[in-house]
Every structure is written in structure tokens, then in C-alpha cells.
Design a binder for this molecule. Structure first.
Ligand code: PBG
Length: 341
């Protein structure tokens, strides 16, 4: 080891002492002391795809590390989430069969309804969030019902979404999360739940949900790609930030308890703006395409997965999200526990 040729005082470039910000970066302890944003497993909601059948753990090719699980696998999943200190799970369903009106979404023994029962039996403390949408259950793959010309009928769709929400609440869901993007669904779902005695169940509205290409891997996983057309007639146009704020204000007005910006990474400006403007708990959805990109780069050895994932999730928190829906949840919780230990 050669020592530095210069003494500490030999050179003085006149840098103002108050500008020496590196003083607080000198050690891990100092950095920890002044850290502004904390990431913790309690920030995560873990999304799971539930499929009909038994004994199924079918890997999803475009989402490495994620699998379609049958209902009997969920107790094990719930125990794992508890051991990792992750408070909540989000359920998507792959029904046994599909039809034009998405019957599988609201029947009492639908795959998600069965999943909620199983989870509540296995781990009553785990918060069960159910996604409300028809696209996984319709044979045409759209998020609502269609008229003869293939156009979405808004209010008839809302009626079915409210019926879906009610069946999920009856099964025991704690939080109902409509992701369909029909107008007025939050208000109608709230009224439907209240009228049936479920005024205690919370609504997490996918309020600012954009028509994004980042949902590609999800649609493989949930087999929910539209068979014709696209979702631009109901999901939001990606360039529109002011409209996102209007949609959030509207959904809060209709009775949403929590709001969401989705996707997360290309929309962090809107996460920040929503945080500054609204006091309701704010969720950001780190969607399937965001997950797949990091997994692909990591699998190629191009990035350090642990560091990039934790940096990404921390960035979403720093932008202002209270809660992050993320497929990285279990890995991130493991890494955070190891770092803390
Ligand atoms: C259902 C729904 C989608 C996602 C969440 N709920 C797909 C879509 O709108 O096409 C996407 C989640 C993800 O990409 O991880 N409408």
C-alpha cells in the first residue's frame, strides 16, 4: 500500500466547508442515520395468479420466478408471506372456462372466491386484496361486456363488476380493487357493498391506470389479451397527467379508500403529484413488464438483480407511494431481512 502523497491540509482550493456534503456519506452508520426513505416488507402487496385444478404450480415463462397456483397451494404461499412479513396478497383468477359476460368472475365458487376462503382459513391475518375485472373471465378478453358492434357497454359492465365485488366480499376479501376502468364503478361498488352489509370492506381503486404496453407479460400469465382491438377506449392515454389527477379525485369522491397509479416506473411523476395533492393512501403497481425487464437483464448477467430491484422499489417509495404491488415482493423481503440481520 502506498500512502497518499498529499497531507490533509496541503491543498486548499477554497471549497466552502458547508458544501462538503460527503461528510454524511463517510460510513454506513452515517448514511443510515440520514436516510430519507425506508423500504420494508410491510410496503409490499404480492400479486398471485390463481388457477383452477389441483396441485398446480405452473411457471409463467414471461415472468421468471412467478407461477400460476391452484387453490390448494395458497396456504403454503400465505405462510411464506407471513414469514417474510409481507402483509397483503392480491389475487387474479384464471377460471375453468370463459364466456361473453365473464360469469367466472362472480360465481360463488369461482376460482378467486375459493382462493379467498382458503387464504382466510389458512392465515386470517393476511390482508386479501381481490382484483375486480372481467378480462380474465371473458372469451373476448375485454374488461367489460360488449354490444353487437364489439363496443363496451359501460353501465352493464359496472353492474357485473359490482356483482363480482360483492361475491368477493362474501368470500371474505378485505380490500376490493377494481382495475377495469369503467366510469362510475367505484361508486356503484361502494353502494352495492354497503347495501349488502359490507360497509367494512375497503376499496382500492386502480384510479390512474394507463393503456400500457408494460402489461404484456401479465396478459400471458392471465390469458387475458383482448381478442380484437385494444384497451385504449377505457384505460387512460399515457401522455395525460392532468386527467389522472381528475380520475383520482373522482374515485375518492365516489368512495375509494385507497388510490393507485399504474404502471409505476414510467409514471413516477404522477405518483409524486398524487402524493402531494391527495391524502389517501397511495399505491403504485410495479407491473409485469417492469418485472420482466429486470429479470431478463439479471438473467443475462447485465445487472445486479438485488441492487437494481431494491433501488427500483426504493425509487417508487421516494416518489411517494405508500404501498407497492410488486412481483419482486418475496425476493425483496428476503434481501431486506438479510441486510437488516
Ligand atoms: C386486469 C389487470 C391487468 C393488470 C392488472 N389488472 C391487465 C390489463 O389491464 O390489461 C396488469 C398487471 C401487470 O401487468 O402486472 N384488467
Amino acid at each position: 500500500m502506498t500512502s497518499m502523497p498529499l497531507s490533509r491540509t496541503e491543498i486548499n482550493l477554497g471549497i466552502p466547508s458547508a458544501h462538503r456534503m460527503r461528510r454524511l456519506r463517510r460510513s454506513a452508520g452515517l448514511r443510515r442515520m440520514v436516510r430519507e426513505t425506508q423500504l420494508s416488507p410491510s410496503d409490499f402487496i404480492y400479486p398471485v395468479f390463481v388457477t383452477s385444478g389441483r396441485g398446480i404450480r405452473e411457471p409463467i415463462p414471461s415472468m421468471p420466478g412467478q407461477a400460476r397456483l391452484s387453490v390448494d397451494q395458497l396456504a403454503q404461499e400465505a405462510a411464506e408471506l407471513r414469514s417474510l412479513d409481507i402483509p397483503a396478497i392480491l389475487l387474479f383468477g384464471l377460471p375453468e372456462s370463459k364466456d361473453a359476460i365473464g360469469t367466472g368472475a362472480w360465481i360463488a365458487d369461482g376460482v378467486v372466491q375459493q382462493a379467498v376462503h382458503a387464504l382466510k382459513q389458512a392465515e386470517p391475518e393476511l390482508v386479501v386484496v381481490t382484483d375486480v375485472c372481467l378480462c380474465e373471465y371473458t372469451d373476448h378478453g375485454h374488461c367489460g361486456v360488449l354490444d353487437d358492434d364489439g363496443a363496451i357497454i359501460n353501465d352493464a359492465s359496472v353492474e357485473l363488476l359490482a356483482q363480482t365485488s360483492l361475491s368477493q366480499a362474501e368470500a371474505g376479501a378485505d380490500v376490493i380493487a377494481p382495475s377495469d376502468m369503467m366510469d362510475g364503478r367505484v361508486g356503484v361498488i361502494r353502494q352495492t357493498l354497503d347495501a349488502a352489509g359490507f360497509s367494512d370492506r375497503a376499496l382500492l381503486s386502480y384510479a390512474a391506470k394507463f393503456a400500457s404496453a408494460f402489461y404484456g407479460p401479465f396478459r400471458d400469465a392471465a390469458d387475458s389479451a383482448p381478442q380484437f382491438g385494444d384497451r385504449r377506449g377505457y384505460q387512460m392515454d399515457p401522455p395525460n397527467g392532468r386527467e389522472a389527477m381528475r380520475a383520482i379525485a373522482r374515485d375518492l369522491d365516489e368512495g375509494a379508500d385507497m388510490i393507485m397509479v399504474k404502471p409505476a416506473l414510467a409514471y413516477l411523476d404522477l405518483v409524486r403529484e398524487a402524493r402531494d395533492r391527495f391524502d389517501a393512501p397511495l399505491a403504485a403497481y410495479n407491473v409485469s413488464g417492469e418485472y420482466a425487464m429486470l429479470k431478463a437483464a439479471a438473467a443475462n448477467g447485465w445487472i445486479d438483480e438485488e441492487r437494481v430491484v431494491l433501488e427500483t422499489l426504493t425509487g417508487i417509495r421516494r416518489a411517494g407511494a405508500d404501498t407497492i404491488l410488486t412481483y419482486h415482493a418475496k425476493d425483496a423481503a428476503r434481501w431486506l431481512a438479510r441486510q437488516a440481520g
